[in-house]
Design a protein around this ligand. Structure first.
Ligand SMILES: Nc1ncnc2c1ncn2[C@@H]1O[C@H](COP(=O)(O)OP(=O)(O)OP(=O)(O)O)[C@@H](O)[C@H]1O
Ligand SMILES: [Mg+2]
Length: 379
């Protein structure tokens, strides 16, 4: 199979091929993700990616389109969105324009009618002219089904859509069919590669999850994150970039309202490179903290722990802003996230007499942090 813009095969022969072809278009996938993408393409199943902000969910769909040479169709979901924005609507403006231009012809059609009911009847006999493909305004779901060539369909931030739209989506994904009562049922000529993303601001229906291959995309390992930053040619010296990754990973564990994603790590690397950073420098990181911390409280908290993360100095304790009845911001949240032995001595202001080394953070800690944030919009 070849595509219109490349001669790139539209499916993958192996998991390794997924990794290498996504890599060729600048997307560095780990084994779990590459395996899921391989299965998705082979089984013709939609892929539901859940995970925190900025970990490469949307980017995967773009990379898939680039790697397979398929056009990318994107449905950006939002609250209150109705199916006319997702499936199709009738192009009212065009219908009006045609009736204006054809008014003489229409007058002839109703000329013989004796009364209003007769005129409506006469016009009604020509309904199909106005509810024909000519006046059909396709939206991404219908466009994906009717596309003459295979496509990648991105349904982005599906958790923001209302449940009614989720039901429409489910129907479409079950059969890869869409019915337009006036025209009939359209069935996909080519099964699209479908990627749904969610930030988990609400639970998706079990039916939708069941229909999809489901993958939690957490923060990457330190090595992969460094590799991603390297691949973006930020201009930051390798040693500083390595240190930056550790700092970013440490910040993700501070219970920030919006923990920094990979995109913020890349932005921070670019910022530091522009400012000529040649070595880990706490002052420079403090000056540029707004690149990764987007709320006042996050900035305060990040500034407090930066010395620990960069140099191993003891942070100055800052009083909590939330009380025990505020599980979102208070001590309760942090206590809930804490597990015995997770932090060595020297953390949270404990005097030890020795300097605490910057902490290493595992991928699963990123996942836990996300789950704790579950239900709260981060942007
Ligand atoms: N595996 C990766 N390989 C290369 N670049 C990546 C990868 N993951 C993330 N990125 C970079 O991070 C940026 C942010 O990713 P993306 O927009 O896909 O995040 P997201 O998970 O969709 O976040 P949100 O939930 O906020 O929409 C991308 O533009 C890309 O530059
Ligand atoms: Mg996204």
């Amino acid at each position: 199979m070849s595509s219109r813009n490349g001669h790139r095969p539209q499916s993958f022969a192996s998991v390794e091929e997924v990794t290498s072809r996504l890599g060729d278009v600048g997307y560095l996938a780990d084994r779990a993700l590459a395996t899921t993408v391989f299965l998705q393409a082979r089984l013709g199943k939609p892929l539901l990616l859940e995970g925190p902000a900025g970990v490469g969910k949307t980017e995967l769909a773009k990379a898939l389109a680039a790697a397979t040479g398929r056009p990318l169709l994107r449905l950006q979901c939002y609250e209150g969105q109705d199916e006319t924005k997702a499936l199709y609507e009738w192009d009212y403006g065009k219908q009006m324009l045609y009736t204006q231009i054809l008014r003489e012809k229409i007058a002839q059609i109703v000329a013989d009618a004796d009364d209003l009911a007769g005129a409506v009847e006469a016009i009604g006999a020509h309904d199909s002219v106005f509810f024909s493909e000519r006046f059909l305004a396709e939206r991404p779901l219908l466009r994906a089904i009717r596309s003459p060539e295979p496509v990648v369909l991105l349904v982005d931030e599906v958790d923001r859509a209302d449940e009614a739209l989720e039901a429409v989506l489910l129907e479409m994904l079950a059969e890869y069919q869409v019915s337009v009562p006036e025209l009939g049922t359209f069935t996909a000529r080519h099964v699209p590669l479908v990627v749904l993303t969610s930030n988990n601001t609400r639970d998706l229906s079990a039916a939708l999850k069941r229909r999809c291959l489901h993958l939690f995309l957490g923060y990457p390992s330190a090595e992969r994150e460094l590799e991603i930053i390297r691949s973006k040619s930020t201009g930051l010296p390798e040693a500083v970039a390595g240190h930056l990754v550790d700092v970013v990973r440490g910040l993700r564990e501070q219970g920030l309202r919006k923990p920094p994603g990979i995109s913020e790590a890349i932005d921070w690397a670019r910022t530091l490179a522009l400012l000529g950073a040649t070595e880990p420098d706490t002052a420079l990181l403090e000056d540029t903290i707004s690149v990764v911390a987007k709320y006042e409280r996050d900035v305060e908290r990040a500034l407090r722990v930066l010395p620990v993360l960069v140099e191993g100095e003891r942070p100055v304790p800052v009083p909590e802003t939330g009380g025990a009845d505020d599980p979102g911001t208070g001590a309760a949240l942090r206590a809930a996230r804490d597990t015995p032995g997770r932090h060595g001595s020297g953390y949270y202001g404990e005097r030890t007499g020795t300097q605490a080394a910057p902490r290493r953070v595992s991928g699963s800690q990123g996942e836990r942090s996300f789950v704790a944030n579950h239900g709260r919009r981060t942007r």
